[in-house]
Ligand binder design. Structure first.
Ligand SMILES: Nc1ncnc2c1ncn2[C@@H]1O[C@H](COP(=O)(O)OP(=O)(O)O)[C@@H](O)[C@H]1O
Ligand SMILES: [Mg+2]
Length: 240
């Protein structure tokens, strides 16, 4: 487990430091403002849902915070350190070590078994194959997939495949998990179960989780909701 020990003291000695912050984030595609100045703080271990209509900028925000997409202006800080100005090699390393990702439809490697898929970030991090597979198996067990580790993605249901993706996102114990419409390809009930599996596993690991969804019902199970509209945080909507 990641231990949640001391928060770094702020300038006044007592303030906690957010895990991840965006300051004045602007992202344009040509004339189109995908993000028109977004400020957001995500605390260590906090779960936040980003909701908003299609095209409002949710995915752009996620990608900017995760260092996948460069910003046109603004800053992204991880534990108080700027990450938006790192070069691509450093950002890629950061994504591999500090972040975990769950996408709408698994993005699992079809040729690999469930446990091999879940073990990938550990193998990329240099762990031995036997240890990585053993760890991955534990994650799969915790997500209710015990005994299914040797199946390939094609032999799993949609909900099971998403839980493999969750195991993969958590296995290297990242500080922040990003999930973009993780339940978008699932029926309502499986979507709810998957959301709970994600929230539970992230909480157990002390990882913050940022979940993009356009489904307000699903967002209700997340403690804090941030609404985005036309590339801006909608402050008219209650934020928690
Ligand atoms: N690669 C891209 N090229 C051009 N426009 C884009 C691109 N990605 C997103 N956009 C535009 O930016 C806006 C925000 O998109 P996005 O962040 O994907 O929103 P959401 O995830 O909320 O649906 C939309 O108007 C979308 O059309
Ligand atoms: Mg999107």
């Amino acid at each position: 487990m990641r231990t949640q020990t001391t928060h770094s003291p702020g300038p006044l000695g007592t303030a906690t430091r957010p895990a991840l912050s965006g300051r004045g984030l602007v992202k344009r595609y040509g004339n189109q403002h995908a993000l028109a100045g977004v400020d957001i703080d995500i605390q260590q271990g906090e779960a936040v849902a980003i909701v908003g209509p299609s095209g409002s900028g949710k995915t752009s925000l996620l990608h900017v915070l995760a260092g996948i997409l460069p910003v046109d202006s603004g800053e992204v800080l991880l534990s108080g350190n700027r990450i938006d100005n790192l070069n691509e090699t450093k950002r890629s390393e950061l994504r591999r070590t500090e972040f975990g990702f769950v996408f709408q439809s698994g993005m699992l490697v079809a040729e690999l078994s469930a446990e091999e898929n879940a073990a990938l970030p550990l193998l990329l991090g240099g762990m031995s194959r036997s240890k990585a597979i053993a760890d991955a198996r534990q994650w799969l067990d915790r997500l209710g997939l015990g005994g299914k580790g040797t199946r390939r993605p094609g032999e799993l249901s949609g909900g099971e495949a998403q839980r493999v993706a969750i195991a993969r996102a958590l296995a290297h114990r990242p500080s922040v998990i990003f999930a973009d419409e993780p339940t978008g390809a699932l029926d309502t009930r499986t979507g709810g179960d998957t959301m709970n599996a994600l929230l539970g596993a992230a909480a157990e690991n002390g990882a913050a989780v940022v979940i993009v969804t356009h489904d307000r019902d699903l967002a209700q199970s997340v403690p804090r909701t941030v609404t985005i509209r036309d590339g801006r945080i909608d402050t008219a909507v209650r934020q928690s």
